[in-house]
Design a protein around this ligand. Structure first.
Ligand SMILES: *Cc1c(COP(=O)(O)O)cnc(C)c1O
Length: 387
């Protein structure tokens, strides 16, 4: 790990030091990785368009020599960001679903509450580009309070997703205050948050922070690891501290070309997550965000990855693959239910066998289910299956 010399442990392990010393220039970055002339020019060009910053901790995980290092691809600006004909600034039209600035209200019973637009490290594929890192400021107290007021006067909201930016960049005191105000709203049953700090700034998960979170249970947290190399001893300890504070952990991964669009990489990632007791929750299709064409993959490649996981590893290690839309998340799954044939349904098993299961005709099919005539599939099959 190419951590630069002469940085005392007590600084390196201090999240505020990590933030103060974020990498925001080619010169800073060159302490960690070697950059060709072309890459350097690309950083300069792209950074005039999109904000960037990387924590020293995360930069030290990058491969010094390999410009295609999957960690570099996620965080180092590239000239390719300027070649994207399709991407939009706000592909999820979040601002059309914002009753007040800080709230995105799409589902009846839950909201996303954006309390800050600051992150420790700006991911190149951020879907909230219209907002995150724009001014580099936390929301004003008035805007956050307007969000709390909206939740308080909307009794249907039972689940509040505290998001950003990265909510854990709030100070402990400010988080304590915010969570206390949300907890005081009777109809709010669960509070959850999304933070990439366990991955990019694990030093943030201090015992004091864990103590604050544990005062406001039930609190759930989804973090964001995309590649097995991100699961370091530091990240594992941060997750362990959260779990010991009673915060259940899930992980959201974004499917990214050249980072994790490979069944073996994804399998390794979910195995390492399970080993640190973080449950894989979602794999997101990369949104059509401006500047991300070089990171986007096809939905077919995502389906192939999910198919390579299901049955091949622990059932609860398989995340749900979703496409987010302005109207909510759509689960995308390989087809296992092939259709009905007379009084049977025909399914495909994880390892590709065809199985016919008697299924009464009297039940009405769920809307949208294709009732294909599958008699063509009535052929000899492997042992263990009925023909
Ligand atoms: C993702 C999201 C949620 C939470 O969705 P879950 O599927 O319950 O995790 C809530 N509100 C908005 C606007 C979201 O984008």
């Amino acid at each position: 790990m190419p951590r630069p010399p002469r940085i005392p442990d007590r600084d390196w392990e201090d999240w505020r030091w990590q933030l103060r010393n974020r990498i925001t220039s080619v010169g800073d970055l060159e302490r960690y990785v070697d950059l060709s002339e072309g890459v350097r020019a690309g950083i300069q060009a792209a950074s005039s368009q999109y904000r960037w910053a990387i924590t020293p901790y995360y930069a030290a995980l990058m491969d010094r020599d390999d410009p295609d290092c999957p960690l570099r691809r996620q965080q180092v600006p590239s000239a390719q960001e300027l070649a994207d004909d399709l991407g939009a600034e706000d592909p999820l039209l979040e601002r059309d679903h914002s009753p007040v600035d800080a709230i995105v209200h799409v589902y009846p019973d839950r909201v996303a509450f954006k309390i800050t637009n600051v992150c420790p490290t700006y991911c190149r594929y951020c879907f909230r580009e219209y907002f995150v890192g724009n001014t580099g400021q936390h929301h004003t107290r008035a805007k956050v309070q307007a969000g709390i007021d909206y939740i308080a006067r909307t009794p249907a909201i039972r689940d509040v997703l505290v998001t950003g930016g990265d909510p854990l960049l709030f100070s402990d005191e400010r988080l304590d205050d915010l969570l206390g105000r949300l907890r005081a709203i009777e109809h709010v049953q669960i509070i959850r948050t999304g933070s990439r700090t366990p991955c990019t700034l694990p030093q943030r998960i201090t015992p004091e922070l864990c103590e604050v979170l544990s005062r406001h249970h039930p609190i759930w947290l989804n973090t964001h690891f995309n590649h097995p190399d991100e699961i370091t001893p530091e990240a594992a300890s941060a997750c362990d501290r959260l779990l010991r504070a009673g915060v259940p952990l899930g992980n959201q991964t974004v499917l990214l070309k050249g980072v994790n669009d490979d069944p073996q990489v994804m399998l390794e990632l979910v195995h390492r997550l399970l080993a640190i007791r973080v449950r894989p929750y979602y794999i997101f299709q990369c949104q059509l965000v401006a500047g991300t064409a070089h990171l986007r993959t096809s939905i077919e490649s995502g389906l192939a990855i999910v198919q390579a996981l299901r049955g091949h590893t622990t059932g609860f290690g398989v995340p749900t693959y979703v496409l987010d839309t302005p109207y909510g998340k759509v689960p995308l799954a390989p087809q296992y239910l092939l259709g009905r044939s007379g009084d049977e349904v025909v399914v495909r098993t994880w390892d590709g066998r065809i199985w016919r299961e008697p299924n009464p005709l009297d039940s009405s099919p769920p809307a949208g289910m294709a009732l294909a005539d599958l008699d063509a599939l009535r052929q000899p099959t492997d042992s263990g299956c009925r023909a």
